[in-house]
Write a protein that binds this ligand. Structure first.
Ligand SMILES: NC(=O)c1ccc[n+]([C@@H]2O[C@H](COP(=O)([O-])OP(=O)(O)OC[C@H]3O[C@@H](n4cnc5c(N)ncnc54)[C@H](O)[C@@H]3O)[C@@H](O)[C@H]2O)c1
Length: 256
């Protein structure tokens, strides 16, 4: 049990196929009190998540679901307030909510750019700000930000340049948080996934998917459970001396 009784907020968990869900499941397995957050969260979605986790673990888990549009700073503040009302504290935030769009640079409208940055970068920023106020008070806390390979190699296998730029911002933000709050014992790290089997890959044609798989050293796409494993490492004391780091979970697609 690596996260016994730790209050962990995980965004982007509405779909049972998402990285956020797999992380919620693995954290619950390790004893965490999990709060799943998504713009699409409601009672039926939460009930589906609870059933899936409790069926897998064969026991009851401490699980709450909160609806929140992370692009709205007041909504992020209200969500963190609600978590504190439920549990008295927050120990860990995993920012996995995000959107992806594939467009050539010259076709990206100001509205498209705003939406991408509002959710992926500013949403992550607002949530970090909201939990950091709590972390500073308690002089402890960990943040795990899910960025993307797109941030590292300039453009994604799936996302366009606005997506890559938004995730590049997430990497810089993560390092800045690690630098500013490290002296208080607060850690922040990022993960750069690529080709994880989630709804984000649904738009790829079978031929395009096969072409990408051929270029992955491990010759397969990754599972959400494998990405969740990296989140567990960064959220737990296993990574107690790790901050400001970026962990690649990409099957060897990008070695640098
Ligand atoms: N799947 C991959 O191969 C891959 C690769 C690189 C990066 N990522 C990143 O991983 C993260 C998780 O994505 P996923 O693959 O699980 O896909 P996903 O689409 O299942 O999960 C994203 C979730 O974010 C939620 N969301 C979108 N906008 C939101 C908002 N404004 N407020 C709150 N929630 C919002 C969606 O409702 C969805 O449930 C994303 O940040 C994505 O950019 C995924």
């Amino acid at each position: 049990m690596l996260l016994q009784d730790k209050v962990c907020v995980i965004t982007g968990a509405a779909s049972l196929r998402s990285i956020g869900y797999a992380t919620a499941e693995l954290f619950a397995e390790h004893g965490a009190k999990v709060v799943v957050v998504d713009v699409l969260m409601d009672e039926p979605v939460l009930a589906g998540i609870r059933t899936a986790i409790e069926t897998r673990l064969q026991r009851r888990v401490t699980l709450h679901g909160l609806q929140c549009d992370i692009s709205q700073p007041e909504a992020c503040e209200a969500m963190v307030r609600e978590v504190r009302a439920l549990h008295g504290t927050v120990d860990c935030l995993v920012n996995s909510a995000g959107i992806v769009r594939s467009l050539p640079l010259l076709e990206i409208s100001p509205q498209e750019l705003d939406r991408m940055l509002d959710v992926n970068l500013k949403g992550t920023f607002y949530l970090c700000q909201s939990v950091l106020k709590v972390f500073v008070e308690q002089r402890a806390g960990t943040i795990v930000n899910v960025a993307s390979l797109a941030a590292q190699r300039g453009g994604g296998l799936v996302g366009g340049p606005h997506y890559a730029a938004s995730k590049g911002g997430v990497l810089s933000l993560t390092r800045s948080i690690a630098r500013e709050f490290g002296a208080l014992g607060i850690r922040a790290n990022a993960i750069c996934p690529a080709m994880i089997d989630t709804p984000m890959l649904d738009g790829l044609s079978p031929e395009r998917l096969q072409g990408i798989v051929d270029s992955i050293l491990l010759k397969r796409i990754g599972s959400t459970r494998e990405l969740a494993g990296a989140c567990l490492f960064l959220a737990s004391e296993l990574s107690g001396f790790v901050t400001g780091a970026t962990i690649d979970v990409n099957g060897g697609t990008h070695i640098h």
